[in-house]
Design a protein around this ligand. Structure first.
Ligand code: SAM
Ligand code: SF4
Length: 330
Protein backbone atom coordinates (compact mmCIF):
# COMPACT_ATOMS: atom_id res chain seq x y z
CA UNK A 1 0.00 0.00 0.00
CA UNK A 2 1.11 3.58 -0.66
CA UNK A 3 2.60 5.30 2.35
CA UNK A 4 1.99 8.85 1.22
CA UNK A 5 -0.96 10.89 0.06
CA UNK A 6 -0.63 12.71 -3.26
CA UNK A 7 -3.70 14.07 -5.04
CA UNK A 8 -4.28 14.30 -8.76
CA UNK A 9 -2.88 17.85 -8.85
CA UNK A 10 0.44 16.49 -7.44
CA UNK A 11 -0.12 18.06 -4.00
CA UNK A 12 1.29 16.05 -1.12
CA UNK A 13 -1.02 15.93 1.89
CA UNK A 14 1.03 16.16 5.08
CA UNK A 15 -1.27 18.15 7.37
CA UNK A 16 -4.57 17.18 9.01
CA UNK A 17 -6.85 19.40 11.05
CA UNK A 18 -8.86 17.29 13.43
CA UNK A 19 -12.04 18.70 14.96
CA UNK A 20 -12.57 16.96 18.29
CA UNK A 21 -15.90 18.52 19.27
CA UNK A 22 -18.52 20.82 17.76
CA UNK A 23 -19.36 22.18 21.23
CA UNK A 24 -17.97 25.41 22.57
CA UNK A 25 -18.24 27.65 25.60
CA UNK A 26 -18.32 30.73 23.30
CA UNK A 27 -20.72 31.67 20.50
CA UNK A 28 -18.60 33.92 18.27
CA UNK A 29 -20.81 35.93 15.96
CA UNK A 30 -18.98 34.92 12.75
CA UNK A 31 -18.75 31.23 13.67
CA UNK A 32 -22.09 30.26 15.19
CA UNK A 33 -25.68 31.30 15.39
CA UNK A 34 -26.93 32.31 18.82
CA UNK A 35 -28.97 29.15 19.14
CA UNK A 36 -27.01 26.15 17.98
CA UNK A 37 -27.92 22.50 17.98
CA UNK A 38 -24.95 20.30 18.69
CA UNK A 39 -24.48 16.71 17.56
CA UNK A 40 -25.60 13.89 19.85
CA UNK A 41 -22.55 12.34 21.50
CA UNK A 42 -23.09 8.98 19.77
CA UNK A 43 -22.49 10.70 16.42
CA UNK A 44 -19.08 12.02 17.45
CA UNK A 45 -15.93 10.02 17.03
CA UNK A 46 -14.90 8.79 20.46
CA UNK A 47 -11.38 9.45 21.71
CA UNK A 48 -10.08 6.04 20.60
CA UNK A 49 -11.54 6.57 17.12
CA UNK A 50 -9.96 10.03 16.91
CA UNK A 51 -6.59 8.55 17.79
CA UNK A 52 -7.13 5.80 15.23
CA UNK A 53 -7.78 8.42 12.53
CA UNK A 54 -4.60 10.24 13.56
CA UNK A 55 -2.62 7.03 13.40
CA UNK A 56 -3.90 6.13 9.91
CA UNK A 57 -2.94 9.56 8.57
CA UNK A 58 0.50 9.48 10.16
CA UNK A 59 1.14 6.04 8.65
CA UNK A 60 0.23 7.67 5.32
CA UNK A 61 2.91 10.34 5.66
CA UNK A 62 1.09 13.09 7.57
CA UNK A 63 3.59 14.93 9.78
CA UNK A 64 1.41 17.63 11.31
CA UNK A 65 -1.92 17.41 13.16
CA UNK A 66 -3.79 20.45 14.41
CA UNK A 67 -6.45 19.81 17.04
CA UNK A 68 -9.39 22.16 16.70
CA UNK A 69 -13.17 22.30 17.03
CA UNK A 70 -15.50 23.74 18.45
CA UNK A 71 -13.48 24.34 21.55
CA UNK A 72 -11.16 21.33 21.90
CA UNK A 73 -10.42 21.99 25.57
CA UNK A 74 -14.06 21.55 26.64
CA UNK A 75 -14.06 17.92 25.49
CA UNK A 76 -13.87 15.56 28.45
CA UNK A 77 -10.56 13.68 28.86
CA UNK A 78 -9.07 15.39 25.82
CA UNK A 79 -5.55 15.18 27.28
CA UNK A 80 -5.76 11.42 26.79
CA UNK A 81 -6.04 11.96 23.01
CA UNK A 82 -3.09 14.36 22.95
CA UNK A 83 -0.94 11.88 24.86
CA UNK A 84 -1.84 9.12 22.38
CA UNK A 85 -1.23 11.25 19.30
CA UNK A 86 1.97 12.64 20.81
CA UNK A 87 3.45 9.13 20.82
CA UNK A 88 2.86 8.45 17.10
CA UNK A 89 6.13 7.79 15.32
CA UNK A 90 6.42 10.07 12.30
CA UNK A 91 4.26 12.87 13.69
CA UNK A 92 6.52 15.91 13.85
CA UNK A 93 4.05 18.60 14.93
CA UNK A 94 1.07 18.32 17.27
CA UNK A 95 -0.54 21.73 17.58
CA UNK A 96 -3.76 23.21 18.95
CA UNK A 97 -6.23 25.99 18.17
CA UNK A 98 -8.21 27.21 21.18
CA UNK A 99 -10.28 30.16 22.34
CA UNK A 100 -8.05 30.33 25.44
CA UNK A 101 -10.84 30.04 28.01
CA UNK A 102 -9.37 26.89 29.62
CA UNK A 103 -5.68 27.68 29.19
CA UNK A 104 -5.15 29.18 32.59
CA UNK A 105 -5.76 25.80 34.19
CA UNK A 106 -4.60 23.54 31.33
CA UNK A 107 -1.50 25.14 29.76
CA UNK A 108 1.03 23.09 31.71
CA UNK A 109 -0.77 19.75 31.21
CA UNK A 110 -1.07 20.50 27.48
CA UNK A 111 2.66 21.02 27.24
CA UNK A 112 3.29 17.81 29.17
CA UNK A 113 0.86 15.92 26.92
CA UNK A 114 2.91 16.79 23.83
CA UNK A 115 1.23 19.89 22.34
CA UNK A 116 4.05 21.96 20.83
CA UNK A 117 2.44 25.15 19.56
CA UNK A 118 -0.85 26.95 20.26
CA UNK A 119 -3.02 29.35 18.28
CA UNK A 120 -5.29 31.40 20.53
CA UNK A 121 -8.25 33.36 19.20
CA UNK A 122 -8.50 36.97 20.36
CA UNK A 123 -10.58 39.47 18.39
CA UNK A 124 -10.71 42.39 20.80
CA UNK A 125 -8.88 43.85 23.79
CA UNK A 126 -11.97 45.69 25.02
CA UNK A 127 -13.94 43.61 27.55
CA UNK A 128 -17.43 44.72 26.46
CA UNK A 129 -16.63 44.28 22.79
CA UNK A 130 -14.98 40.91 23.41
CA UNK A 131 -18.15 39.80 25.13
CA UNK A 132 -20.26 41.06 22.22
CA UNK A 133 -18.15 39.24 19.63
CA UNK A 134 -18.07 35.96 21.53
CA UNK A 135 -21.58 36.55 22.98
CA UNK A 136 -20.45 35.04 26.33
CA UNK A 137 -16.65 35.15 26.61
CA UNK A 138 -14.73 36.91 29.39
CA UNK A 139 -11.67 38.79 28.13
CA UNK A 140 -9.72 38.72 31.40
CA UNK A 141 -9.93 34.93 31.56
CA UNK A 142 -8.56 34.59 28.03
CA UNK A 143 -5.76 37.07 28.75
CA UNK A 144 -4.77 35.05 31.81
CA UNK A 145 -4.85 31.97 29.60
CA UNK A 146 -2.49 33.59 27.09
CA UNK A 147 -0.06 34.47 29.89
CA UNK A 148 -0.28 30.92 31.26
CA UNK A 149 0.61 29.54 27.81
CA UNK A 150 3.58 31.91 27.55
CA UNK A 151 4.83 30.84 30.98
CA UNK A 152 4.39 27.16 30.12
CA UNK A 153 7.01 27.68 27.39
CA UNK A 154 5.38 26.52 24.14
CA UNK A 155 7.61 26.62 21.03
CA UNK A 156 5.23 29.02 19.33
CA UNK A 157 2.15 31.00 20.34
CA UNK A 158 0.06 32.86 17.83
CA UNK A 159 -3.02 35.04 18.18
CA UNK A 160 -5.78 34.53 15.59
CA UNK A 161 -8.02 37.55 15.04
CA UNK A 162 -11.03 37.62 12.73
CA UNK A 163 -11.57 41.24 11.71
CA UNK A 164 -15.03 42.59 10.90
CA UNK A 165 -15.73 46.08 9.60
CA UNK A 166 -17.26 48.40 12.21
CA UNK A 167 -16.88 45.72 14.90
CA UNK A 168 -13.18 45.46 15.62
CA UNK A 169 -11.33 46.81 12.58
CA UNK A 170 -10.17 49.78 14.66
CA UNK A 171 -8.19 47.45 16.95
CA UNK A 172 -5.70 45.97 14.51
CA UNK A 173 -2.84 48.21 15.67
CA UNK A 174 -3.56 47.50 19.36
CA UNK A 175 -3.69 43.75 18.69
CA UNK A 176 -0.29 43.83 16.97
CA UNK A 177 1.11 45.91 19.84
CA UNK A 178 -0.28 43.31 22.29
CA UNK A 179 1.55 40.55 20.37
CA UNK A 180 4.80 42.53 20.22
CA UNK A 181 4.75 43.17 23.99
CA UNK A 182 4.48 39.43 24.61
CA UNK A 183 6.93 38.32 21.91
CA UNK A 184 4.30 36.25 20.11
CA UNK A 185 2.87 36.19 16.56
CA UNK A 186 -0.51 37.25 15.24
CA UNK A 187 -2.59 36.34 12.19
CA UNK A 188 -5.52 38.31 10.84
CA UNK A 189 -8.24 36.22 9.20
CA UNK A 190 -10.84 37.37 6.69
CA UNK A 191 -14.31 36.11 7.58
CA UNK A 192 -15.37 33.08 5.55
CA UNK A 193 -18.97 32.31 4.56
CA UNK A 194 -19.37 29.04 6.46
CA UNK A 195 -22.86 28.32 7.78
CA UNK A 196 -25.89 30.58 7.87
CA UNK A 197 -25.69 33.35 10.50
CA UNK A 198 -28.31 36.00 11.20
CA UNK A 199 -26.24 38.35 13.34
CA UNK A 200 -24.67 40.31 10.49
CA UNK A 201 -24.41 40.49 6.73
CA UNK A 202 -21.08 38.90 5.94
CA UNK A 203 -20.57 40.96 2.79
CA UNK A 204 -21.12 44.22 4.68
CA UNK A 205 -18.76 43.18 7.50
CA UNK A 206 -15.98 42.17 5.16
CA UNK A 207 -12.66 43.86 5.95
CA UNK A 208 -9.86 42.77 3.67
CA UNK A 209 -6.30 41.82 4.57
CA UNK A 210 -5.14 44.61 2.29
CA UNK A 211 -7.09 47.16 4.37
CA UNK A 212 -5.61 45.76 7.58
CA UNK A 213 -2.11 45.92 6.13
CA UNK A 214 -2.67 49.54 5.10
CA UNK A 215 -3.90 50.36 8.63
CA UNK A 216 -0.87 48.68 10.22
CA UNK A 217 1.66 50.51 8.09
CA UNK A 218 0.65 53.79 9.76
CA UNK A 219 2.31 52.46 12.96
CA UNK A 220 4.65 49.62 11.99
CA UNK A 221 7.09 48.69 9.27
CA UNK A 222 6.21 45.26 7.95
CA UNK A 223 9.13 43.42 6.38
CA UNK A 224 8.50 40.57 3.96
CA UNK A 225 9.11 37.40 5.95
CA UNK A 226 10.95 34.52 4.41
CA UNK A 227 9.28 32.17 6.91
CA UNK A 228 8.02 29.01 5.27
CA UNK A 229 4.35 28.82 6.14
CA UNK A 230 3.27 25.71 4.18
CA UNK A 231 -0.20 27.24 4.12
CA UNK A 232 -2.54 30.08 3.34
CA UNK A 233 -0.91 32.75 5.53
CA UNK A 234 1.25 35.45 4.09
CA UNK A 235 3.71 36.57 6.80
CA UNK A 236 5.57 39.78 7.59
CA UNK A 237 7.97 40.55 10.42
CA UNK A 238 7.39 43.75 12.36
CA UNK A 239 10.65 45.72 12.06
CA UNK A 240 12.83 45.66 15.21
CA UNK A 241 10.69 42.94 16.85
CA UNK A 242 10.42 39.14 16.85
CA UNK A 243 6.70 39.31 16.06
CA UNK A 244 5.37 38.05 12.76
CA UNK A 245 2.08 39.27 11.38
CA UNK A 246 0.19 36.89 9.11
CA UNK A 247 -2.81 37.38 6.87
CA UNK A 248 -5.25 34.67 5.84
CA UNK A 249 -7.11 36.02 2.86
CA UNK A 250 -9.23 33.30 1.29
CA UNK A 251 -11.10 35.88 -0.81
CA UNK A 252 -8.22 37.80 -2.24
CA UNK A 253 -5.31 35.40 -2.16
CA UNK A 254 -5.71 32.03 -3.77
CA UNK A 255 -3.49 29.52 -2.01
CA UNK A 256 -5.11 26.38 -3.37
CA UNK A 257 -2.25 25.33 -5.63
CA UNK A 258 -0.01 24.63 -2.64
CA UNK A 259 -2.72 23.20 -0.38
CA UNK A 260 -1.25 20.37 1.71
CA UNK A 261 -4.12 19.79 4.12
CA UNK A 262 -7.42 18.06 4.74
CA UNK A 263 -9.86 18.27 7.65
CA UNK A 264 -11.70 15.68 9.67
CA UNK A 265 -14.95 16.84 11.24
CA UNK A 266 -16.19 15.96 14.70
CA UNK A 267 -18.31 13.13 13.33
CA UNK A 268 -15.48 11.71 11.23
CA UNK A 269 -16.23 13.20 7.82
CA UNK A 270 -13.04 13.68 5.85
CA UNK A 271 -13.35 17.10 4.18
CA UNK A 272 -11.15 17.49 1.17
CA UNK A 273 -11.46 21.28 0.87
CA UNK A 274 -12.65 23.93 3.36
CA UNK A 275 -14.66 25.66 0.64
CA UNK A 276 -16.40 22.60 -0.83
CA UNK A 277 -18.91 20.13 0.50
CA UNK A 278 -17.23 16.92 -0.77
CA UNK A 279 -16.53 14.54 2.09
CA UNK A 280 -15.98 10.88 2.89
CA UNK A 281 -17.44 9.17 5.95
CA UNK A 282 -14.49 7.77 7.91
CA UNK A 283 -16.68 6.99 10.93
CA UNK A 284 -18.64 4.48 8.82
CA UNK A 285 -15.39 2.82 7.74
CA UNK A 286 -14.06 2.64 11.32
CA UNK A 287 -17.31 1.23 12.71
CA UNK A 288 -17.70 -1.29 9.84
CA UNK A 289 -14.09 -2.46 10.20
CA UNK A 290 -13.11 -2.06 13.85
CA UNK A 291 -9.36 -2.35 14.50
CA UNK A 292 -8.64 -2.64 10.76
CA UNK A 293 -6.22 0.19 10.03
CA UNK A 294 -5.72 -1.01 6.45
CA UNK A 295 -9.40 -0.48 5.61
CA UNK A 296 -9.23 3.03 7.05
CA UNK A 297 -6.03 3.87 5.18
CA UNK A 298 -7.51 2.60 1.91
CA UNK A 299 -10.60 4.80 2.39
CA UNK A 300 -8.35 7.81 2.98
CA UNK A 301 -6.21 7.08 -0.10
CA UNK A 302 -9.32 6.75 -2.28
CA UNK A 303 -10.77 9.97 -0.87
CA UNK A 304 -7.63 12.02 -1.56
CA UNK A 305 -7.97 11.21 -5.25
CA UNK A 306 -11.08 13.43 -5.21
CA UNK A 307 -9.55 16.49 -3.54
CA UNK A 308 -10.90 19.50 -5.49
CA UNK A 309 -8.46 21.76 -7.30
CA UNK A 310 -9.66 24.95 -5.57
CA UNK A 311 -12.36 26.70 -3.57
CA UNK A 312 -14.39 29.67 -4.75
CA UNK A 313 -15.80 31.60 -1.80
CA UNK A 314 -18.34 34.27 -2.74
CA UNK A 315 -19.42 36.61 0.09
CA UNK A 316 -22.19 38.15 -1.96
CA UNK A 317 -23.96 34.89 -2.86
CA UNK A 318 -26.13 32.84 -0.52
CA UNK A 319 -23.88 30.58 1.61
CA UNK A 320 -22.75 27.63 -0.46
CA UNK A 321 -21.29 25.87 2.55
CA UNK A 322 -23.95 25.06 5.08
CA UNK A 323 -21.70 23.62 7.76
CA UNK A 324 -20.48 25.97 10.47
CA UNK A 325 -16.80 26.49 11.21
CA UNK A 326 -17.14 24.74 14.59
CA UNK A 327 -17.94 21.46 12.82
CA UNK A 328 -15.52 22.00 10.00
CA UNK A 329 -12.50 22.36 12.23
CA UNK A 330 -11.28 25.86 11.51
N1 SAM B 1 -12.62 27.35 19.38
C1 SAM B 1 -11.29 27.46 18.91
C2 SAM B 1 -10.95 28.90 18.58
O1 SAM B 1 -11.85 29.72 18.52
O2 SAM B 1 -9.76 29.16 18.37
C3 SAM B 1 -10.97 26.56 17.74
C4 SAM B 1 -12.00 26.43 16.67
S1 SAM B 1 -12.36 27.92 15.75
C5 SAM B 1 -13.57 27.36 14.63
C6 SAM B 1 -10.86 28.10 14.81
C7 SAM B 1 -10.65 29.45 14.18
O3 SAM B 1 -11.63 29.66 13.20
C8 SAM B 1 -10.72 30.61 15.15
O4 SAM B 1 -9.53 31.37 15.06
C9 SAM B 1 -11.91 31.40 14.66
O5 SAM B 1 -11.72 32.77 14.88
C10 SAM B 1 -11.96 31.03 13.20
N2 SAM B 1 -13.29 31.17 12.58
C11 SAM B 1 -14.47 30.71 13.02
N3 SAM B 1 -15.46 31.00 12.15
C12 SAM B 1 -14.89 31.67 11.13
C13 SAM B 1 -15.37 32.24 9.91
N4 SAM B 1 -16.66 32.17 9.57
N5 SAM B 1 -14.48 32.84 9.10
C14 SAM B 1 -13.15 32.91 9.43
N6 SAM B 1 -12.65 32.38 10.56
C15 SAM B 1 -13.49 31.78 11.40
FE1 SF4 C 1 -16.21 28.65 19.66
FE2 SF4 C 1 -13.97 29.00 18.31
FE3 SF4 C 1 -16.35 29.13 17.06
FE4 SF4 C 1 -15.67 31.05 18.74
S1 SF4 C 1 -14.60 30.54 16.83
S2 SF4 C 1 -17.65 29.98 18.67
S3 SF4 C 1 -14.53 29.97 20.25
S4 SF4 C 1 -15.48 27.36 17.99
Amino acid sequence: MLDQLIDKFHRKITYVRLSVTDRCDFRCIYCMDEKMTFLPRSELLNLEELEWVGRAFVELGVTKIRITGGEPLVRKNILQLFQGLGKLKGLKELVLTTNGSQLEKMAISLKEAGIQRINISLDSLKPARFKKMTRVGKLDKVLRGIDAAIHAGFKGIKINAVILKNRNHDEVIDLVQFAIERGIDITFIEEMPLGVIKEHDRAEAFYSSQQIRDDLTTSFTLLDSTACTDGPSKYYTVKNTDTRVGFISPHTHNFCDTCNRVRVTTEGQLLLCLGKEQSVDLQAVIRAHPHDITALKLAIIQAIAHKPEKHNFDMTAAPQILRYMNRTGG
